[in-house]
Design a protein. Structure first.
Length: 488
């Protein structure tokens, strides 16, 4: 197969297509087998390009990926950000084009530093290092990582071993070695076969039950976001959650309300929470997402409880433009989207202990935090269950909430812990330690989802170490491909 037939222009079109194919590996499409195809299309003919041409190819891939897979940001900006269509389209395009620069930078550096020697290996390592960079730079955005789409593939068994980045590494390596195979380098089939067959002998479950199952109820209020923080919205929220709490079955032991379920601060919501718990079956405990404020004027996005509950959690990884405004002095007042009537949140500590509800220990991740694999692993080390509360109303009827759910499933699989996911309007779900959905509420309905959750003990290899072994492996497989001082 001659790479020379793929001109730079065709390579960019192939990369744009590859970005769209990567989106198809994620929910709701879940065509996981397209992941290696996408990586192969980006790799094809890469070493015939200059560093600048490689950067352009990477940027085109990012445009295809985020333009198709993160288009839900338009809903947040236009529908809930009080922004007109032209400006919302411009801001969405700016968001997509900016994120695509991560892939441009990755391929520019790769092409600048690496040659054709062991290129299939070094390309896969560079890809994962680029994902690592995207995870933390400018607060990070590890959405649509290549490995996230493999939660239902045979590679899913690698998740408890090395997490999402190991799955990205294997997926990318499969694509690059696949291209080498098409070039009649028959040896390439051996490592691919090994990577895909090893999961057959890996343990099906790395953790074990640590106690009796607990009956839980997740309340999905389905309240309109546009009126949520108005007096009418507050009344509707109180009436909705009190009404649902009064109708619970007698065997329910734990009730969970979603992120900021009541549009008010905890000191205002306290009597309502007490009324709600008093209306529940005897011995039932309540957890809810709520905003807190302290005497020094700081605000927190939190999870608190009532009943036999010990501890609270304050969100540690905040969403830029959603919970705080970067460069506030420059942006505030420039566009209506940057003037939404919400307080600026304060970051909670990174080392918060789990919340205890009776004998149950819950590691908490609020909304966006569930997409950070290493943050969730740190919560899982001392907890038997993972709980995430979210308000995905901001995404509307887009694919965003379904992608969000898929990443929550992967966190369950990585850590061998059940994930309980309570959301404002969907997708509310119970997820078992192998990442399978055991119960799921329909979106956009006011409903109660009941299910059982069993705490787990023991640590997966990934929970013990986090992602650093995979990042180190990525560095090691890049090193043999370096040019060692020779010009490209």
């Amino acid at each position: 197969m001659a790479d020379s037939r793929l001109t730079p222009a065709l390579g960019c079109l192939a990369a744009l297509l590859a970005g769209g194919l990567t989106t198809l590996t994620a929910s709701p499409f879940e065509l996981w087998w397209l992941g290696p195809v996408a990586a192969g299309l980006v790799y094809l003919g890469l070493h015939s390009l200059t560093p600048a041409q490689a950067a352009l190819r990477g940027w085109c891939y990012g445009l295809g990926l985020f333009g198709s897979g993160a288009s839900w940001v338009y809903v947040s900006i236009h529908d809930y950000g009080y922004t007109g269509v032209p400006l919302a389209l411009f801001l969405t395009a700016l968001f997509v084009a900016g994120l695509a620069l991560f892939f441009a930078a990755t391929l520019w550096i790769y092409r600048r530093l690496c040659g054709p020697r062991l290129a299939a290996l070094s390309f896969a390592g560079a890809w994962v290092l680029g994902e690592w960079l995207r995870t933390w730079l400018f607060t990070g955005f590890p959405w649509l990582l290549l490995g996230s789409g493999q939660v239902d593939s045979p590679l899913a068994a690698w998740a408890p071993v090395g997490g999402v980045y190991l799955m990205s590494l294997i997926t990318t390596l499969t694509g690059s070695l696949g291209v080498e195979f098409l070039r009649h380098r028959w040896w390439a089939v051996a490592p691919v076969a090994l990577l895909w067959l090893v999961p057959l002998v890996l343990p099906a479950q790395w953790t074990s039950p640590a106690g009796e199952s607990v009956r839980a109820a997740l309340l999905q209020g389905n309240l309109p976001q546009l009126i949520k923080w108005t007096p009418e919205g507050q009344r509707r929220a109180v009436d909705t959650y009190l009404s649902m709490s009064r109708q619970l079955e007698q065997d329910i032991e734990l009730v969970i309300w979603p992120e900021a379920a009541l549009p008010m601060f905890e000191d205002q919501a306290a009597p309502i929470l007490e009324r709600a718990r008093a209306s529940m079956p005897t011995g039932t405990n309540l957890l809810t997402g709520v905003l807190q404020r302290d005497d020094s004027g700081l605000y927190y996005n939190s999870v608190v409880g009532r009943g036999d509950v010990e501890g609270e959690y304050r969100k540690a990884h905040l969403v830029p433009f959603g919970e705080y405004l970067p460069l506030e002095s420059l942006l505030r007042g420039a566009i209506a989207f940057f003037d939404l009537p919400a307080p600026t949140m304060t970051q909670g500590p990174s080392d918060q202990p789990p919340i205890r509800v009776g004998e149950l220990t819950l590691g908490i991740a609020i909304c966006y935090e569930i997409i950070y694999a290493d943050l969730v692993a740190s919560r899982a080390r001392d907890a038997g269950v993972l709980l995430t509360v979210s308000n995905d109303t901001w995404f509307g009827a887009s694919i965003g909430p379904l992608q969000h759910l898929q990443m929550a499933r992967l966190r369950a699989l990585e850590n061998g812990r059940p994930v309980v996911r309570a959301t404002s309007n969907g997708v509310t779900a119970f997820i078992d330690p192998q990442g399978r959905i055991t119960a799921r509420a329909p979106q956009f309905e006011t409903t109660v989802l009941e299910g059982e959750v069993t705490p787990m003990e023991g640590l997966t290899p990934f929970t013990r170490t986090g992602s650093w072994p995979t990042w180190l492996l990525a560095v090691l497989i890049v090193l043999p491909g370096l040019r060692l001082g020779r010009k490209p």
